[in-house]
Write a protein that binds this ligand. Structure first.
Ligand SMILES: [Zn+2]
Length: 141
């Protein structure tokens, strides 16, 4: 189980754009709901890296990682990292973390991943609530 910022990460399938211009779909990413850190799930990182290299070498533009990774393995990752963790707490939130989440939200929007976008938006709303609660009330000018 991978952790970031002391919280468990969220699993999500998303397309991966490789440096060589190929697009791999159905890549299991882990995403930290606190800081927005996003990485390919370590269980399949090697397979994804090799497959990306193969696609770039062969000039394949788009391919699903399900061609080389069994769906059961990917599903096991998603089961281990549920997309909606229960009772998640945000002890402290910085403006930088909020900025990072907004970047990620834009990234999800560019990829057209509606579900992920909604998850990030939900996380942003929760982060914002924590941040607002930390602040002393200030009058707007
Ligand atoms: Zn994090």
């Amino acid at each position: 189980m991978d952790f970031c910022c002391g919280t468990s990460m969220i699993g999500r399938l998303a397309p991966l754009h490789t440096e060589g211009g190929a697009v791999l779909t159905d890549v299991p990413f882990l995403f930290c709901p606190t800081c927005g850190n996003t990485v390919v799930a370590s269980d399949v990182e090697f397979d994804v890296t090799m497959f990306a290299h193969y696609c770039e070498t062969d000039g394949v533009k788009t391919a699903s990682v399900f061609d080389v990774i069994e769906r059961d393995r990917v599903q096991a990752i998603l089961d281990e990292y549920p997309s909606r963790p229960v009772g998640l707490e945000y002890p402290s939130v910085t403006a930088e973390q909020l900025d990072h989440m907004l970047d990620l939200w834009n990234f999800a929007r560019e990829m057209g991943d509606e579900l992920w976008r909604n998850d990030i938006r939900d996380a942003l709303v929760r982060l914002h609530k924590v941040r607002s609660a930390e602040r002393q009330p200030q009058s707007q000018t």
